[in-house]
Design a binder for this molecule. Structure first.
Ligand code: AR6
Length: 511
């Protein structure tokens, strides 16, 4: 029996769930860069049905239409080309559809018509049509059309009373957080389903959250993605989750960038496994192998790690709406998102599997203790490009930006769950990226759990290299020198073999 893991057992890695963060009440937060769409709320596990209220009383909608806020469909500034209010058109179309649903006579064409009417444009919804008419059994279809869809319409129509103000945008260069309820997320996602979001300010630097591309004819796995998303709507219309979510953008200031050439930090502790996925390592900081445009191809054809994660945890999609394209020194954290469905396969074999009930504990703001960070690697069209110092520095700094613990967590360090970051769609070298991530985790003083994704060789060779570094009491600086010497010499060896066969004391590189 080959071993399932090497190094520190997963259970011995400090974990959020065993040592939940102590958070001050929302009231006490003096951080002006934190925007709440809900009133101060303290989660009481003995009253799990208590729900946070929207920030303004539910009958007040504070309209905003500027460069710093999401443009909501219900805004009075949302106008048609001819200058009339779009929201009344939307209301008419959706109320009409809702009535048809109630009378049990709505078809997928009525959905198409409503979406087209709201947008004054033609839409291809071949994939949705196929799912509802050909894949769903008759009772599933009927349930969706008569129970789920009318509720989704209500969520969309009530976006003004559920959200009560437009979410703030997490813009380039800002370190800022947005906290909102799962109900608010559901309402925004219902608007996205009906493709109601108008063009946002700075359209070039954001992705669209509207579902239109997902509805188009396409490869079979798109159907599976739609299944997952409709399942999410089934869940939240059936039984609305009562918790809280936070999206946090972080921009690492220049003066905090580590000087890798000088760092005397010792190597962090390590767990390497081959059959555990990142999402199955709860209580650690889980890495999303992201696109600089958060979510990547989730609203289109994409279906690798990031898209799968966002599909099974659809609340993460809100980040597309507020998260501007990430820069080298930036990342976006997603706190509290729930998983609603399980899956099998990967990429073109991806399949929606079954309902998934996420019982992860909540923190005292009511957020599930699920911490994910979007970490975008460089996409190498030519993999040779990665062995240059500028690229290595960029990846080290990006990983450090994501791994670095905020001050308030210093007393409760918890581990990082990662794997072959940047080494699938983005064509990076697994050995180089593993070393880079070990260096960044070490510099952040956090243990690392590494999933090799069913790769026995990588598990063994990573462990061997790591032991070799430990034996030599290597510091981050030593490893950095090793990398520089490797790219300078370009030996006919893999990076791991080079590290194993080159004693640190023999390195020639000078700062
Ligand atoms: N857990 C652990 N390891 C995994 C998992 C998982 N759940 N899923 C995949 N892997 P990839 P990238 C391993 O290609 O190269 C998206 O479109 C597996 O070995 O998703 O950084 C984004 O939006 C896989 O080959 O990440 C970006 O545009 C490897 O991780 C782009 O892809 C890399 O997964 C990012 O590409």
């Amino acid at each position: 029996e080959p071993a399932e893991f090497r190094g520190l057992p997963l259970d011995d890695i400090p974990n959020l769930l065993k040592q939940p963060p102590l958070l001050t009440d929302m009231q006490d937060i003096r951080d002006h860069a934190h925007t709440f769409l809900i009133k101060p709320f303290a989660y009481d596990p003995s009253k799990p049905d208590n729900e946070p209220e929207p920030i303004h009383g539910a009958s007040v909608y504070v309209d905003k239409w500027d460069d710093d806020h999401v443009r909501l469909p219900c805004s009075s500034f949302n106008l048609t080309n001819k200058g009339s209010r779009k929201w009344s058109i939307i209301q008419n179309a959706l109320i009409y559809l809702q009535r048809k649903c109630a009378e049990n006579v709505a078809s997928v064409y009525d959905i198409k018509e409503a979406i087209e009417y709201c947008n004054e444009a033609q839409f291809d919804i071949g994939c949705l049509e196929h799912l509802l008419d050909k894949v769903y059994k008759e009772d599933e279809r009927a349930h969706f059309m008569t129970k789920v869809l009318p509720e989704m319409i209500s969520f969309a129509l009530n976006v003004d009373t559920i959200c009560t103000e437009p979410p703030i945008l997490l813009r380039i260069g800002s370190s800022r957080s947005l906290t909102f309820s799962q109900r608010q997320a559901a309402s925004l996602l219902a608007c996205a389903f009906f493709c109601l979001f108008p063009r946002q300010p700075h359209g070039q630097t954001y992705q669209s959250i509207n579902f239109n591309k997902l509805f188009e004819h396409g490869p079979p796995w798109k159907l599976e993605k739609l299944k997952c998303l409709l399942h999410y709507f089934w869940r939240v219309t059936h039984n609305m989750p009562k918790g809280v979510l936070t999206l946090r953008r972080f921009a690492l200031p220049n003066q905090w960038i580590p000087s890798w050439m000088e760092s005397q930090t010792p190597v962090c502790s390590l767990h390497v496994n081959k059959n555990t996925t990142i999402e199955d390592m709860p209580g650690l900081l889980q890495i999303d192998f992201a696109n600089e445009f958060i979510g990547g191809g989730v609203m289109g054809d994409g279906i690798v790690q990031e898209e799968i994660r966002f599909t099974i945890c659809p609340e993460m999609l809100i980040s597309l709406l507020v998260g501007e394209v990430m820069q080298t020194n930036e990342c976006i954290f997603l706190f509290g998102c729930e998983q609603y469905v399980s899956y099998s396969g990967y990429a073109d074999t991806f399949k929606a599997k079954a309902d998934f009930v996420d019982n992860t504990d909540r923190d005292n703001w009511g957020r599930r203790l699920c911490h994910v960070v979007a970490m975008d690697a460089i996409c190498f069209s030519n993999p040779c490009d990665q062995y240059i110092r500028a690229c290595i520095d960029r990846e080290l700094n990006k990983a450090f930006t994501c791994f670095r613990l905020p001050r308030s967590y210093e007393q409760r360090v918890y581990g990082i769950a990662t794997g072959n970051w940047g080494c699938g769609a983005f064509r990076g070298d697994k050995e180089l990226k593993a070393i880079i991530q070990i260096m960044a985790a070490s510099e952040a003083h956090r243990p690392l759990a590494y999933a090799t994704w069913h790769d026995q060789n990588l598990m063994d060779s990573l462990w061997t290299v790591y032991e070799c570094l430990l034996r030599q009491r290597a510091t981050v600086r030593d490893i950095y020198k090793c990398l520089l010497e490797y790219i300078a010499r370009r030996p006919q060896l893999s990076l791991f073999d080079f590290i194993r066969t080159t004693p640190i004391s023999s390195l020639q590189i000078k700062p």
